[in-house]
Write a protein of this length. Structure first.
Length: 216
């Protein structure tokens, strides 16, 4: 089932299909300007739930279909051109019709997504250990980043530092804590297997190279 859906999503009309949950979320929300509004509490709301669950399923299905990313890599130029045109339409052609606005915003978002994923698949396919490590950590970092960002921001709020300095410190501390937690608690554990498909060796526990045996 997921493989068939992935084949459809990787087809020339795949971007339009992928945008449908976003369009539906915007219609449920009742406005399209600014995209989906995040919930103010931890309680789920229908519009973001539909939109982000749809995005998750699109990624799941594309991952299930062998060769799907190769097809996106072959069409990245087309998608980026469409993304630019749709973005210009969103910015310069405001419309009072919610359905039209939702189609433009959803279409722009997903053509950007398809175009950038295809671009990276086409030109950044060479194995890079650092990028592979950060990709493995990214999902957990996404899930846990918000309370850390808020906590560090509260600690720095009363300091007289310039805003760019506060931002850099906040990002650096948050990233360091999340990466350390990922390496120690997730990467080679059952949780890491559940999130990433298999356990991977920790960066902080790599074996030192064996010392050569000397004769004499």
């Amino acid at each position: 089932m997921s493989e068939r859906a992935g084949a459809l999503l990787a087809s020339p009309a795949g971007g339009a299909l992928a945008a449908l949950p976003c369009v539906a979320g915007l219609l449920v929300q009742g406005r399209a300007a600014g995209g989906i509004t995040e919930p103010f509490t931890v309680l789920p709301e229908l519009a973001p739930l539909v939109t982000y669950l749809g995005a998750f399923l699109v990624g799941w299905c594309l991952h299930s279909r062998e060769g799907a990313l190769d097809r996106l890599a072959a069409t990245w130029v087309r998608h980026l051109v469409a993304a630019v045109l749709l973005t210009v339409a969103v910015l310069l052609l405001p419309t009072a019709l919610l359905g039209v606005a939702a189609l433009l915003v959803g279409g722009a978002g997903w053509t950007w997504t398809y175009g950038l994923v295809g671009l990276c698949s086409r030109h950044l396919a060479r194995e890079r250990p650092v990028v592979r490590y950060l990709a493995g950590a990214s999902y957990r970092m996404y899930l846990l980043h918000l309370p850390l960002l808020v906590g560090v921001g509260i600690v720095l709020a009363d300091l007289t530092w310039r805003v760019p300095v506060k931002l850099l410190v906040t990002w650096a501390v948050t990233a360091a804590v999340l990466l350390l937690g990922y390496d120690l608690l997730v990467r080679d554990t059952v949780l890491g297997r559940w999130l990433g498909g298999r356990r991977r060796p920790r960066a902080l526990r790599r074996r030192a190279p064996a010392e050569p045996v000397t004769q004499g």
